[in-house]
Design a protein around this ligand. Sequence first.
Ligand code: ADP
Length: 215
Amino acid sequence: MSLKHTKIILFGPPASGKGTQAKVLAKLTGLPHISTGDILRNLDLNTDLGRQAKSFMDQGKLVPAEMAIQLTLDRLKKPDCQKGFILDGFPRSLEQAEALKKFLGGSDYIVIYFTLTLKEAVDRIAGRASCPQCKKPYNDKKDPPKKSGICDNCRVPLVKRDDDNEATAAKRFQVYNAETAPLLARYKKSGKLVELDATKSIEAVSKELKDLLAA
Ligand code: ADP
């Protein structure tokens, strides 16, 4: 697939489908999927850093900005990101946006804004689970596995993320509204923002996303 933009920032509320679409797009384009949430979840829990990150995440709070910035930008400096990347879950605050801007310098990039209602996002979090082996995401209502609670591919029980419970999810939305949503005005003003209707099916959203990014 030929792309007009190769530095792609996926932006939107929790559970808007950024991670799902990033995986589809990465397969299609060969660009690396860089998810700050995944980087944080993959930290070793036997280290202070790993334990500290998990404690913020389990409370639905952002991890400290320096931590998110350092881990994400270090990843973006790796050779595989030189041709471009799909950034998922960064930036989430003004401080992070400033750091990313500095990092990107004058280079071209696009911000895709995944739009959906708060109710839809809350329902998605309540219903979502994924395979611990192949990582395929499922949703009770919209995209259920053939056998309830079991991965179609690996036949192992699906797992829920520790932060996908009602109390933590509510806090994540609050944090999104307070700290992340204000970045929208900034990206709109810069002319880099493109809106994507994230309420549609996974396939429909993928198609729209491909069309947006194609040359
Ligand atoms: P979702 O978008 O569904 O909330 P993520 O996997 O992107 O899921 O994020 C999960 C959690 O990881 C967040 O609630 C937050 O605690 C932490 N996190 C992810 N990205 C960032 C970031 N850029 N800055 C600070 N914390 C982050």
